[in-house]
Design a protein around this ligand. Structure first.
Ligand code: KG4
Ligand code: ZN
Length: 346
């Protein structure tokens, strides 16, 4: 089976072709960072318009790529949610239209299932069951993956997502958007002894997260000091260390609770080197294997959506358990998107 994947849930236009025998064939990403940078965050209407401008030429170049070898595509997967409704509708309508014209099925994919399965695109992918830490701009989730497609959310953020906290903190420090890479870069020159920030919700039981207080703590610290380059670096480091340590503490707790021996980390914040190194240490100490995708597949991309579509269409027991509203039939013109959608409701 050869499947086209389309990702347009937020500010990246991604497309990829995945083959069940040969693996990932081609993938491309058009980032909208330059478009949104001047606003310090994603402007939904601009995001949707840019997806319209970019998506079809991007898919056209993949389909015509010599690596695709003019092979027939057997299915189309598009991100059906969660995400920005206008942005989702662009991928859904084009994905569904292409599938109709090619006479193949279209399947709406859950964006976070895409992130969760993204390590499957690498050599030595994890087997089920495993624990997954999904840390993106919109979500912070600890998920117990009991078996293929069986998700139990153990903990999640009660306010800001981890990536959102990075983005907002970067903005208040006058750093670039997206904030994660900007904070990580500034933190390299930081002095770890100057500030220590709180590790929210770690001194009480449970696996939920809260990052908005940490953002406020950063704001108050920033207001008390002259924001020269060294102070920005010191605050960035204190913030990064607090987020990473908090995520580590919750992962450690979840591993003890579930007794899982595999840990997957994915989503944009999963590209953070300090997080990866810290979780690797935790995994080594607990005889757990850590899995993550290459950095470019941590952030949004079409490859994970193509894979998730393939997974849904071919995994026994899941093939007929499509979206509540998503109808894969070729002759069905209807499509739907779900801006809010829990992994447990797939
Ligand atoms: O998964 P993703 O591309 O989009 C969503 O599904 O939300 O995640 C984007 C988030 C942004 O908040 C960005 O600041 C964060 O991931 N991010 C990072 C890093 N790279 C991206 N956060 C920390 N360190 C990084 N290196
Ligand atoms: Zn994402």
């Amino acid at each position: 089976m050869r499947i086209l994947g389309i990702e347009t849930s937020c500010d990246d236009t991604g497309a990829a072709i995945y083959d069940s025998h040969q693996g990932l064939i081609v993938h491309q990403l058009a980032s909208q960072v330059d478009l949104h940078q001047q606003y310090g965050g994603v402007v939904p209407e601009l995001a949707a318009r840019d997806h319209i401008r970019v998506l079809l030429p991007l898919i056209d170049s993949l389909v015509r790529d010599p690596l695709n070898d003019a092979k027939k595509l057997d299915a189309v997967a598009y991100t059906a949610g969660p995400g920005l409704v206008g942005a989702l509708l662009v991928g859904a309508s084009l994905g569904k239209s292409l599938a109709q014209s090619w006479g193949v099925p279209a399947i709406g994919v859950h964006h976070m299932e895409g992130h969760l399965l993204s390590p499957m695109l690498e050599d030595n992918p994890p087997e089920f069951p495993f624990l997954a830490l999904l840390v993106s701009g919109g979500h912070t989730l600890l998920v117990d993956v009991e078996a293929a497609g069986h998700y139990k959310i153990l903990g999640q953020s009660v306010d800001d997502a981890a990536g959102e906290a990075f983005d907002k903190t970067a903005k208040l420090l006058g750093l670039d958007y997206p904030g994660g890479p900007a904070i990580a870069k500034a933190a390299i020159n930081g002095d770890a002894n100057r500030f220590t920030f709180p590790r929210p919700m770690t001194n009480r039981p449970g696996l939920d997260f809260s990052f908005s207080g940490l953002k406020t703590h950063t704001l108050i610290t920033a207001q008390k000091h002259q924001l020269d380059e060294q102070t920005i670096a010191d605050i960035a480091l204190a913030f990064e260390l607090a987020v990473v340590d908090t995520l580590k503490i919750k992962c450690s707790r979840a591993l003890s609770q579930t007794m899982r021996k595999r840990l997957v980390v994915a989503g944009g914040v999963g590209a953070n080197q300090r997080l990866r190194a810290t979780l690797q240490k935790l995994a080594d100490q607990n005889n757990v294997r850590l899995f993550y995708p290459r950095a470019e597949f941590c952030t949004d991309n079409g490859a994970m959506i193509a894979y998730a579509g393939y997974f849904r269409l071919t995994t026994e027991g899941l093939a007929n358990r499509r979206l509540a509203t998503g109808k894969p039939a070729v002759n069905d013109y209807a499509f739907d998107v779900h801006p809010r959608w829990s992994l447990e409701d797939i």
